[in-house]
Ligand binder design. Structure first.
Ligand code: UDP
Length: 482
């Protein structure tokens, strides 16, 4: 298994690895760069049999800051360099597979599962005669929109603010405000267009595509990719981290698990809003001020994971007096209304706590799955990539989300944010309906298994394991998708 160098990609790969490991049927080799593997080591249980294999990487060779090996420690625009750099892995990955086969006396691996950006691994897998699948940690719908937009750039051929996607009309209209900052200015010859088209065109070569999604809720996206690439596409989600694996990861959080739980334990059931924008994104400081004012004015309890706002060093230490309204930190501490977490929180643990009622999220797909599998409705503030279309799916099709704002630099007044928080948390008809859909009804539909035990809920995807067991016994043909 070989994910891209980003938390949002590594996390679902690791969750999938854990699911497969539990069957005791597979030996798993997890490939990544040194620093990412070091981080992973602390997430693995002591008795884990997952082998970690390092692929050489020097960030300086790719115009990245020294020692940066993950999207969470670089400014967002440098993801371009990280994408381009990933092509340099090819010879190392070939050698790694070759060594693996050599060490096992010519016995080749059963499967090679790589990131959606590592379609180039197909060539190596074919050389060794190994079945190769991509694992896309995102939603089918979100990525179908993302792919179609980058491929066709429909917004460049219209004066209208709304447009259809030429090869994906089922998605209905996209609005110009639902484009990421890079997509807005893309003309097909820019570096982002070039690299994304190149990486995504490699999907034609793979044996299969796995999405961390659920076909019952997200069928348009997988259907689009089946049509587009003629490859088998499987929805094997939700594959998400459990509390247990996050507990082991504690050293990387800006707060201890215990402090978080203690704080949450003092709050009434379903009274807290959790606010986090994932591992890479952040908002403008003016918007951070508005969000702070809104949370305070809403009167709701909240946990807010604060990352440095736009324009500040992403690795900067916390500067509450510059980023937040005057006296804010002090006031919410004294009133016990809010808990600020610097940079990274134990998200799955927080979401699984009975005091949490809703999630104000950027709608990265891992966060979405984690929220819904704990029955929590979402207030969406999409910022980049396919997040805008995740919100569209969640709000228009599934009915579990209300959009609060759009984009990193949008202008939203705190009163507007308060109104959305109240809509979801104050027992309005719409809020109740969202909660109902996000909890029992939705979970039953998805057949998600939830065992509430001492350490909280553990959710597992039986589909992922079942698929791999099935693949083992079947001769796979590209048209066998179902
Ligand atoms: N995450 C976390 N603590 C944080 C922020 C994020 O544990 O403070 C985890 C979160 O649980 C999720 C992942 O990081 O599994 C973020 O993935 P997502 O797809 O939601 O967003 P991305 O970071 O890729 O934009």
């Amino acid at each position: 298994m070989f994910p891209f160098l980003a938390q949002g990609h590594i996390i679902p790969f690791l969750a999938l690895a854990f699911q497969l490991e539990k069957t005791n049927k597979y030996t798993i080799t997890f490939v990544n760069t040194k620093k990412n593997l070091q981080k992973l080591t602390s997430s693995l249980p002591l008795n884990s049999s997952i082998n970690l294999l390092e692929i050489p990487f020097n960030s300086l060779d790719h115009n990245l800051p020294p020692d940066t090996e993950n999207s969470d420690s670089i400014p967002y625009n440098l993801i371009l360099n990280l994408l381009q750099a990933s092509l340099s892995f090819k010879p190392y990955f070939r050698k790694l597979v070759s060594d693996l086969v050599g060490e096992r006396n010519g016995q080749k691996p059963l499967y090679i599962i790589t990131d959606m950006f590592f379609g180039w691994c197909a060539e190596i897998a074919q050389e060794f005669g190994v079945f190769h699948a991509l694992f896309v940690g995102g939603a089918g719908f979100g990525f179908a929109c993302f792919y179609s937009l980058w491929l066709n750039l429909p917004h460049q051929n219209t004066d209208s603010d709304e447009f259809l996607l030429p090869d994906f009309p089922e998605a209905s209209k996209i609005h110009a405000t639902q484009l990421s900052e890079f997509l807005k200015v893309a003309d097909g010859t820019d570096s982002f267009s070039m690299i994304l088209k190149k990486l995504m065109s490699l999907w034609f070569n793979v044996d299969g595509i796995l999405f961390n999604t659920v076909e019952e809720l997200d069928h348009l996206g997988p259907t689009y990719f089946r049509r587009k690439f003629g490859r088998p596409v499987w929805a094997i989600g939700p594959v998400i981290s459990s509390n247990k694996s996050q507990a082991r990861e504690q050293t990387h959080f800006g707060i201890s698990l215990e402090m978080c739980k203690n704080w949450l334990d003092t709050k009434p059931c379903s009274s807290v809003v959790y606010v986090s924008f994932g591992s890479m994104n952040t908002i403008a400081s003016s918007q951070m001020m508005e969000l702070a004012l809104a949370l305070e004015a809403s009167g709701k309890y909240f946990i807010w994971v604060v990352r440095p706002p736009l324009g500040f060093d992403i690795n900067s230490e916390f500067k509450g007096n510059e980023w937040l309204p005057e006296g804010f930190e002090e006031r919410i501490k004294i009133s016990k209304q809010g808990l600020l977490v610097h940079s990274r929180a134990p998200q799955v643990d927080i979401l699984s706590h009975k005091s949490v009622s809703a999630f104000l999220s950027h709608c990265g797909w891992n966060s979405v799955l984690e929220s819904l599998s704990h029955g929590l409705p979402i207030m969406g503030w999409p910022m980049a990539a396919e997040q805008f279309y995740n919100v569209k799916l969640l709000e228009e099709e599934i009915g579990v989300c209300v959009e609060v704002a759009r984009g990193k630099s949008c202008v939203v007044k705190h009163q507007e944010i308060v109104a959305k928080i109240e809509l979801v948390m104050n027992g309005t008809e719409k809020g109740k309906e969202m909660k109902r859909k996000a909890s029992s009804g939705l979970q039953q539909k998805l057949r998600w298994r939830r065992t509430i035990g001492g350490g909280g809920g553990e959710i597992k995807s039986e589909k992922a394991v079942a698929l791999f067991e099935k693949l083992e016994h079947e001769e796979l043909k590209p048209d066998s998708a179902s």
